[in-house]
Design a protein around this ligand. Structure first.
Ligand code: WAQ
Ligand code: MG
Length: 651
């Protein structure tokens, strides 16, 4: 019973903040949410962040109050219907407000409006007898706080949305709906404290929620609330307003007519064409390009040979005849397709052997092979995390990690690129949650590396599971290409990698403990529901791994080629450095980057321009990727052409 009641309870989380001004503690803002137990930390976080970013200034004190609510005490109310009235000035707005009140039977409406000025310093609302205008609230200085209410949708979405900025309309409608249903409340009027927010409202059960704007000048931070009461038991009314937990259903995100209604997504050809047009207009339209030869340091493209400085084929294994021979032999023996998923009839010894070899190489108990690296990332995250998990993810993580986070439904906190201070702060906030920290080891666009020792330290200290995606580090980083984990001698809880880049084939893998791998076999949907990687693919991966381990000189040659290329660029005045095989060359302007890339192709060098959204706006780069088989003379030639193009495009 105890445990159940705990899980079933709801919590009212309230924030109020104040600032010291002339020795006086002045109220700045207040807000509240109702949430399930799991949502409490996130709600606290967003309320605090809101207090820290309020239009009325910095808070000197922030109070958070958390109270348990019994679910059976909660009542659900349908949101009041919303209408809007537009005035041409603040004084006209107040006239509209007065007329609305009179229509609701408030005879002394003009005097009520005048009383708004007395509420300006109050944290709460004024409760007035609608006829005598006598004040009924207990604490006249503070006013009456209407509390314990929220939009039902926010609660039901199980994952409470972070609300770091205030949605004035939505929160006001929730409050107004509760207030209008309080016994004896005839009407409510409200003007916002926010200097930028000039719209207010009159609300009642009879008229609904009538928005009126403007009610004050922009820049005016004076707002207030008055509730008008008619009846014999104000105590009962106050009790309801302060204590009764209310969830309001059907609360729209935006006031009606506030924004153009979102275009309904369609599957018609016309809709798809319009969407393509949008991409073209934004210069973000993409097409496949055809390469007419095997991958290598040089390729045939558009009928001629060009220097390829763009491939992930870092160790030039993609066209190595030994991989081809291994694949061919496996195809001879097992055929081209596996005919089933790994858990049905798709598993052959090649899979089991590859997995054992991967685990042995990475120094883990076990490994699991996926059809692609994309599936390995989504498959691990989706299996490990669910709606009630917390994930801390670097902002530059690969799309497959982002998609894995989305697929899991977990609360995902994205931390600024490589910012370990921020990461630690969040990890400590969710200490003991058993969440996931996930990072690329080498980042795919900039080629920079994550500080693995710090990641591991933070994960251990706060009880997080550490997942590292070594896709661009496998075969590249570490003495023998074992990735960042080899470089630092640190084994993350899950080490993801791919056979499709330096290893010259395809397929992704994850290395970790036996229990992790057994768990993934049973919970990872991309693993369970895809056809097993084919025998040729799997055999090629084994051969690539064997070559990597027996020919570490390839890794050294790659490193030398990268350093040589960076030096040649720097000699020509182009800032370039790299820890990996990826050499980003800063350009900035998107169009300029496109133009340079275009000219490079004409001169026989293929380097793609990377633009927003892969990199921030106005931070376009040329992303060069080096292969161990690039010859010095070719890299020297490329550096001189690149430098020349950059200089010429600068005018
Ligand atoms: N209970 C009672 N009074 C409150 C409460 C509360 N929970 N919260 C605020 N007040 C009082 C307090 O005195 C404030 O000074 C005053 O109301 C205004 O509060 O449809 O933003 O939070 O777009 O500034 C209206 C939205 C926005 C109109 C109202 O109020 C629309 C708003 P604020
Ligand atoms: Mg006020």
């Amino acid at each position: 019973m105890g445990e159940n009641a705990k899980n079933n309870a709801l919590y009212s989380v309230k924030m109020r903040s104040s600032a010291l001004k002339n020795g006086e503690n002045r109220h700045i803002s207040g807000a509240e949410s109702i949430t399930e137990a799991a949502g409490v930390p996130a709600v606290c976080e967003s309320l605090v962040s809101r207090a820290q970013n309020h239009a009325l200034g910095d808070a000197d004190e922030i109070h958070i109050k958390i109270e348990k609510i019994k679910r059976e005490d909660v009542i659900y109310l349908k949101a009041l219907p919303v209408t809007s009235r537009t005035a041409s000035s603040a004084s006209e707005g107040r006239e509209i407000m007065r007329l609305e009140l009179e229509r609701l039977g408030v005879k002394r409406a003009r005097e009520v409006l005048a009383k708004l000025a007395e509420t300006y310093r109050m944290r709460g609302a004024m409760l007035l007898d609608a006829d005598s205008l006598e004040r009924l609230e207990d604490d006249a200085e503070r006013g009456l706080r209407v509390t314990r209410m929220d939009a039902a949708e926010d609660l039901e979405s199980a994952r409470p949305p972070l609300k770091p900025v205030k949605n004035h309309f939505r929160e006001a409608l929730v409050l107004a709906t509760k207030a209008a249903h309080a016994p004896g409340v005839l009407a409510e009027i409200c003007v916002s404290d926010d200097p930028q927010y000039t719209t207010g409202y009159v609300a009642s059960q009879k008229s609904g929620y009538v928005r009126i704007g403007p009610l004050k000048e922009k820049g005016d931070g004076n707002g207030g609330r008055i509730l008008l009461y008619r009846g014999a038991s104000p105590r009962e009314c106050i009790e309801f307003l302060q204590k009764k937990p209310v969830l309001v259903t059907g609360v729209p995100r935006l006031p009606p007519g506030a924004a153009a209604p979102p275009r309904m997504a369609q599957t018609t050809a016309a809709f798809l064409e319009a969407a393509i047009e949008e991409k073209k207009k934004a210069h973000l339209y993409r097409q496949t390009t055809v390469i007419e030869s095997a991958p290598g340091p040089k390729i045939v493209y558009g009928g001629r040979e060009i220097l390829l400085l763009a491939s992930n084929n870092y160790l030039n294994l993609a066209s190595d005849p030994r991989l081809g021979a291994a694949a061919a032999a496996a195809a001879e023996k097992y055929g081209s397709g596996s005919g089933g998923s790994r858990l049905t009839t798709g598993t052959i010894y090649e899979h089991e052997l590859l997995e054992a070899e991967l685990a042995e190489w990475k120094g883990t108990e076990a490994a699991l092979f996926f059809s692609t690296g994309y599936m390995a990332n989504t498959g691990v995250i989706q299996a490990l995390c669910s709606k009630s998990s917390v994930i801390l993810s670097d902002e530059k993580n690969h799309a497959s990690i982002i998609d894995g986070c989305r697929l899991s439904g977990a609360r995902t906190i994205v931390y600024p690129h490589l910012c370990m201070e921020y990461l630690e702060e969040k990890a400590s906030l969710y200490y003991g949650s058993g969440g996931l920290i996930v990072s690329d080891s080498v980042f795919s666009m900039d080629g920079d590396a994550a500080p693995l020792p710090r990641l591991a330290e933070i994960a251990k200290k706060y009880g997080f599971f550490l997942m590292l995606d070594e896709a661009h580090a496998t075969g590249v980083m570490g003495e023998t290409g074992g990735g960042l984990s080899e470089m630092y001698g640190i084994t993350p809880d899950a080490s993801v990698g791919t056979c499709s880049k330096a290893l010259g084939g395809e397929g992704g893998f994850v290395c970790g403990s036996s229990v992790l791998i057994n768990y993934l076999k049973n919970y990872s949907r991309p693993f369970i529901f895809s056809t097993a990687p084919s025998a040729p693919t799997t055999a090629a991966a084994r051969e690539a791994l064997r070559i990597l381990r027996s020919e570490p000189e390839r890794v050294r040659a790659l490193r030398e080629a990268v350093q040589f290329f960076c030096e040649q660029l720097r000699l020509r005045g182009i800032g370039a450095k790299s820890e990996s095989a990826i050499v980003p060359i800063q350009i900035g302007d998107e169009n300029r980057s496109l133009k340079i890339a275009h000219n490079l192709i004409k001169k026989g060098i293929y380097i793609p321009a990377i633009r927003y959204p892969s990199v921030p706006k106005n931070k376009a780069i040329l992303r060069a990727a080096i292969c161990c088989a690039h010859k010095k003379e070719d890299l020297d030639f490329a550096a001189s052409v690149i430098a020349k193009e950059i200089q010429e495009s600068a005018v």
